[in-house]
Design a protein around this ligand. Structure first.
Ligand code: BGC
Length: 885
C-alpha cells in the first residue's frame, strides 16, 4: 500500500485520558509519491476498538484538512472509552487503510463530583511537611464482570494513587501546579485491569507540594491552603451496564507515612522503618488508622488534564566518582538535570543515606552549594535494615549534576546510583546536528535546559529557592521550545493559569501561577515595584498563544486566550501616554552585560523596551483577531499598532536616523520588531554591527536582546556576522559556556568567569533556558525551517537554509503535525548540496538564498528572485545542488 496514515493524534497527542471536550483530531500521511495531497477523509469514533459500536462517522469528507479538525455534535458520555480511526484518499486516487486507532477516555463531564476532599492531616499540621496516607477497602460485585473502571483523582498538595498494592499510572508530581483557587486539574486513570471482583483497596499518599509547601524566594508557606486533601471518584461499569461509584468520603481512614518531610526546594526525609508494608493491598490488616476529615472545597474548579503530566523520562548512570580536595565524596552524573537520585543500599535498621544535590564544583573542585541559596536539595533515607533497599524521593525534585554523599552505609558503588530525569511528558520534535561539535553541544544544552525546566510549569531554574513560572523566560524561549518538543498542551495549560491570574485590569503577573502578589513584603524590589506587568515578561500573554498558532496551526489556544491577550494590550494602552508606555517595576534587558557594575538591569531604557514590545504584541494580537474573524478588533488593533510604531519612531529616532539608545538590544528590537523607518534600516543595521565590533564581536545583551540578535543580523543582510556571533567561543558567548563544560544553559554569561570565579552566589543558575532562545535561529535560519503564518502549523513551510559559519554540513529535522520536515546541507567550496523533505499534504517555498548557479534541480522548476532562486514544491524528498557564485 502506497498511501497510509502513519499517526493519528488527539489534541496533538497519541492518546488522552480525561477528556472534557472533543479533542482536535489530526494525522500524518505517508506516501512514496511526491506532491501528495489529501482529497478526502473519513473519520469514525467508536466505543470499541473493533469499531462495532460506532458513535460518529464523518462519512467521506472532500477536504484537504488533515489537522486541527474540530468535530461538532458528538455527545460524549462520562467515564467512558472511545477509539478514533481515519482513512484518507489522495490526489493519486489511492485510498489508505484505516489508521491504527487512537484512544481517549472521558472525564466526569457533567456527571459531576460526588467525592469529597478528605484529609488525614490535623489543622495544626499546616506548618509541617510530612506526607500522609489515606485508604479505603471496598467490594466490587464479584457476580458481574467489570467492563471498565476509571479513577478521577486530584488533590490539594501532591498525590500518588495506589490500588491493590501498586502505584497507579506513571505520572509524577500530580496534580501539578496551577492557579489552584480557579483551576485544579484532575487526572483520570484506567483501573480496568487493576480492580478485581470482590475485595479491593485504594489509597493515596499526599505531600505538601506547591499547595501548602514552603515556596518562593521569600519562603512563605500555605499559599493556597493549610492541609493536604485527596479527592477521588472511581467509576466501575459492569458488562450489564450497571455502575458502582467509590468516592473519597468520611468512610476512608488516614495515617502518617514514612515521609517525615517533603518540600520542593529542600528535599525529602524518609524513614523506611515507618513503612506499613502492603498498606494499599488486600492482605493488609492495619494498626488502627484515624478517621479522615471531610474538607469543604470548591469542586467547580476541577478540570480534567488529558495529557502532559510530569513523568520519569530517562535514567542516567553516574560517569565518575570524585573525592574533592576537601575530602567530600561526590558522584558526577555528567549532565545537569532535574529529577531524583535513586539508590540501592544494604545496612542495619536506622542507618542513613544522606545526599546533597548541586550543579557545579567551584574553581578548586569542591562542592558548591551557595547558588542554591536557601534550597537544601537534600534527601535522607533511614534504612529498614532488611536486605537490599532501593529508593527515590516522591514529593520534591532536585536540579543537579553532582551529588555529595554525606552518609551511606558501606562503600559507595556507582552501580547502586541512578539519576531519574523528570519533566512534563512531551514528544521531542527537533533534532539537530552539524559539523561543529561545540554547536551540537549547544543544541544539547538548550534541549536539556528545556527538560530541566518544563516541570509542569515553565520554570526559570530547577535548583534554587525559586523554580517559578517567570513569564519572561517562558516568553523568550517559547518558539525554541516548540521546535524541540511538542509544547502545545504544556503551554495551553500554563496560559490558562496566566489568564486566571491576570489582574482585573489585564495586568499580567511576573510569575504564573502567581505567588508573588501579597507575598513579597520581604523583597524590596517587588514590594516597591509591584508584581505584575513588566514588558517582555507580561507579553507572554500574547506571544505564547501566537506561537502555538504558528507552530501547530491550532486556533483553540487563540480562542481560549483571546480575552486575556486583549486584556494585556488594553492594559498597556491604558498606561501609555501618547502610545509610549512604561509601568512601575520593569526588568528591562535583564542581566545584560551593559548593566552598571553589580546591577541586573541592562542599559537599554525601559520606555524603549516597553514601547517596542507594546508594538509587537499589538501587531500579533491584531493578527490573531483576523485569524478568528474578529474584523473590528483586527482593524482597531492594526491601527493602534501603526500609531505605536509612529510614536516609537518619533521618540527614539533622530531625524537623521540615529537610534537614540546606543545599545545592542535597542537596535535588535527596533530591527526585529520592524520599528525602523525603511530609510534608516541600513544605518540601524550598520550601527548594530558597530556595537558588536566595539565588543570585538561579542554580545552584551540580556534577556530581551539576546533571543533576536542573530535574527536581527541575518534578516538584514548580515548573515556572516550572525554566524560569527553564534560561533564566538570566548567570553561572553554561547560557546564560551560550552567550552567551560556546560551541559545546560547558564543564567549569566559570566556564571563562571574566565578566571574560574563565580559571578555571584545570589543569582547564578546553571540551568536557565532563557539564553537558549537562540535555538530557534538554528532551526528557522541555519537550517531554514520556517513557519508561514498564512498557513500555520507548517501546512506551508518556507525552507530557506542559510549555510555559513564555515560549517561543512548541517542536518535538522522538525517533526511537524503533518510529518517530519528535514533539511540537510553540505557545503564544499562554493557549492551547496541540499536535501529537503516535505511531508505529505503540505507544500513549501524553497528559497536558495545567494544561489547564483543551479547544478542539479531534481525536477524542481526554480525561478530567479531577489534572494537567488525560488520554487514552490509539494511533498517529497528533494536533492538540489547550487553554487553561491
Ligand atoms: C529569575 C529570572 C526572572 C527574573 C525576573 C529571576 O530571579 O530567575 O529568570 O525572569 O528573576 O527578573
Amino acid at each position: 500500500m502506497m498511501l497510509s496514515v502513519s499517526k493519528l493524534t488527539l489534541d496533538h497527542e497519541p492518546a488522552l485520558s480525561g477528556v472534557e471536550r472533543l479533542p482536535v483530531m489530526g494525522w500524518k500521511i505517508e506516501s512514496r509519491h511526491r506532491n501528495v495531497r489529501q482529497t478526502s477523509y473519513q473519520l469514525q469514533i467508536s466505543h470499541d476498538i473493533c469499531f462495532n459500536q460506532i458513535v460518529f462517522d464523518s462519512g467521506v469528507q472532500h477536504s484537504e484538512q488533515s489537522n486541527n479538525i474540530v468535530l461538532a455534535n458528538v455527545a460524549l458520555i462520562p467515564s467512558a472509552r472511545y477509539f478514533v480511526r481515519v482513512r484518507v484518499q489522495d490526489n493519486y486516487a489511492e485510498t489508505s487503510a484505516w489508521s491504527e486507532p487512537a484512544g481517549f477516555i472521558t472525564g466526569l463531564l457533567d456527571s459531576g463530583w460526588r467525592a469529597e476532599f478528605i484529609s488525614a492531616e490535623k489543622p495544626e499540621d499546616k506548618d509541617n511537611s510530612k506526607a500522609t496516607l489515606v485508604r479505603k477497602t471496598f467490594e466490587a460485585d464479584s457476580h458481574k464482570s467489570i467492563s471498565s473502571a476509571f479513577a478521577h483523582v486530584s488533590a490539594w498538595g501532591i498525590y500518588q494513587l495506589y490500588v491493590n498494592g501498586n502505584k497507579v499510572g506513571t505520572d509524577e508530581l500530580t496534580p501539578g501546579w496551577t492557579s489552584y483557587a480557579h483551576h485544579l486539574l484532575y487526572q483520570t486513570y484506567d483501573l480496568t485491569d487493576i480492580l478485581c471482583g470482590g475485595l479491593n483497596v485504594i489509597g493515596a499518599m499526599l505531600g505538601a507540594g506547591w499547595y501548602k509547601g514552603d515556596m518562593g524566594f521569600t519562603r512563605d508557606r500555605n499559599y493556597y491552603g493549610e492541609n493536604t486533601a485527596l479527592i477521588c471518584q472511581v467509576v466501575i461499569t459492569y458488562t450489564d451496564g450497571s455502575q458502582d461509584i467509590i468516592n473519597t468520603d468520611e468512610s476512608w481512614e488516614g495515617d502518617d507515612s514514612p515521609i517525615l518531610f517533603a518540600e520542593i526546594y529542600d528535599g525529602e526525609i524518609y524513614d523506611a522503618r515507618q513503612e506499613q508494608t502492603g498498606w494499599s493491598s488486600q492482605k493488609f490488616t492495619p494498626r488502627v488508622w484515624r478517621p479522615v476529615r471531610v474538607m469543604a472545597g470548591d469542586k467547580t474548579v476541577l478540570k480534567a488534564q488529558a495529557s502532559g503530566a510530569v513523568k520519569q523520562t530517562e535514567r542516567l548512570k553516574p560517569v565518575a566518582m570524585i573525592t574533592t580536595p576537601q575530602g567530600d565524596r561526590v558522584i558526577d552524573f555528567g549532565q545537569n538535570l532535574s529529577g531524583w537520585v535513586e539508590f540501592c543500599v544494604k545496612g542495619r535498621a536506622g542507618q542513613k543515606v544522606i545526599l546533597r544535590h548541586f550543579e557545579v564544583l567551584d574553581a578548586a573542585g569542591n562542592v558548591y552549594l551557595d547558588n542554591l541559596r536557601s534550597a537544601k536539595q537534600r534527601t535522607e533515607y533511614v534504612l529498614r535494615g532488611e536486605g537490599e533497599e532501593c529508593w527515590h524521593p516522591h514529593f520534591t525534585w532536585q536540579g543537579f549534576r553532582y551529588v555529595k554523599v554525606e552518609e551511606y552505609p558501606g562503600d559507595v558503588d556507582l552501580n547502586n546510583f541512578t539519576a531519574i530525569v523528570l519533566h512534563s511528558a512531551m514528544e521531542q520534535t527537533g533534532e539537530f546536528s552539524c559539523s561543529s561539535a561545540e554547536l551540537n553541544q549547544l543544541h544539547h544544552n538548550i534541549l536539556w535546559g528545556l527538560k530541566g525546566n518544563f516541570i509542569d510549569v515553565p520554570t526559570d531554574c530547577p535548583q534554587r529557592d525559586e523554580r517559578l513560572g517567570w513569564t519572561g523566560d517562558a516568553q523568550i524561549f517559547c518558539r525554541t521550545a516548540s521546535y524541540l518538543m511538542q509544547t502545545r498542551n504544556f503551554f495551553a495549560k500554563w496560559l490558562t493559569d496566566l489568564r486566571y491570574d491576570q489582574t482585573p485590569e489585564g495586568g499580567v503577573p511576573h510569575v504564573v501561577p502567581d505567588i508573588l502578589t501579597n507575598h513579597c513584603g520581604k523583597d524590596r524590589l517587588l514590594a516597591d515595584g509591584g508584581t505584575h506587568s513588566a514588558s517582555a515578561w507580561a507579553d507572554a500573554a500574547v506571544i505564547n498563544p501566537w506561537t502555538m498558532y504558528l507552530m501547530y496551526g491550532d486556533t483553540r489556544v487563540l480562542e481560549d486566550q483571546y480575552d486575556s491577550m486583549k486584556g494585556w494590550i488594553d492594559f498597556m494602552e491604558a498606561h501609555s501616554e501618547h502610545h509610549l508606555w512604561r509601568y512601575k517595576l520593569q526588568f528591562g534587558d535583564w542581566v545584560a552585560l551593559d548593566a552598571k557594575e553589580g546591577s541586573y538591569f541592562g542599559a537599554t531604557p525601559n520606555d524603549l523596551t516597553c514601547t517596542a514590545y507594546f508594538a509587537y504584541s499589538t501587531l500579533l494580537f491584531s493578527k490573531a483577531a483576523s485569524v478568528l474573524n474578529r474584523t473590528a478588533d483586527h482593524r482597531k488593533y492594526a491601527d493602534l499598532h501603526d500609531k505605536i510604531v509612529h510614536r516609537f519612531q518619533q521618540e527614539f529616532f533622530t531625524p537623521a536616523g540615529r537610534l537614540a539608545a546606543r545599545t545592542q538590544t535597542a537596535h535588535i528590537l527596533a530591527l526585529y520588531f520592524n520599528l525602523v523607518p525603511e530609510a534608516f534600516r541600513q544605518r540601524t543595521t550598520e550601527t548594530l554591527v558597530e556595537l558588536l565590533n566595539e565588543h570585538d564581536g561579542h554580545l552584551v545583551t540580556g534577556f530581551v536582546g539576546t533571543p533576536y540578535f542573530c535574527h536581527a543580523l541575518s534578516q538584514n543582510g548580515r548573515l556572516k556576522e550572525a554566524w560569527q556571533l553564534l560561533l564566538k567561543d570566548d567570553f561572553p558567548s554561547w560557546l564560551y559556556q560550552v567550552k567551560a563544560g556546560a551541559t545546560t544553559i547558564w543564567e549569566h554569561w559570566d556564571g563562571i568567569k574566565p578566571d574560574g570565579s563565580m559571578w555571584s552566589a545570589d543569582m547564578n543558575s546553571f540551568n536557565h533556558y532563557a539564553y537558549g532562545a537562540v535555538g530557534e535561529w538554528l532551526y528557522r535560519v541555519a537550517a531554514g525551517i520556517e513557519a508561514d503564518e498564512d498557513q500555520p502549523g507548517f501546512k506551508h513551510a518556507i525552507i530557506q537554509p542559510r549555510p555559513g559559519g564555515g560549517l561543512d554540513w548541517l542536518d535538522a529535522r522538525y517533526q511537524s503535525i503533518y510529518g517530519a520536515i528535514g533539511v540537510r546541507w553540505e557545503v564544499s567550496g562554493q557549492t551547496v548540496d541540499l536535501r529537503v523533505s516535505i511531508p505529505a499534504n503540505t507544500c513549501a517555498t524553497l528559497l536558495l538564498t545567494d544561489g547564483k548557479t543551479l547544478h542539479e534541480t531534481d525536477g524542481i522548476d526554480f525561478v530567479p528572485c531577489v534572494q537567488g532562486y525560488t520554487a514552490e514544491v509539494g511533498s517529497g524528498e528533494y536533492r538540489v545542488k547550487y553554487a553561491l557564485v
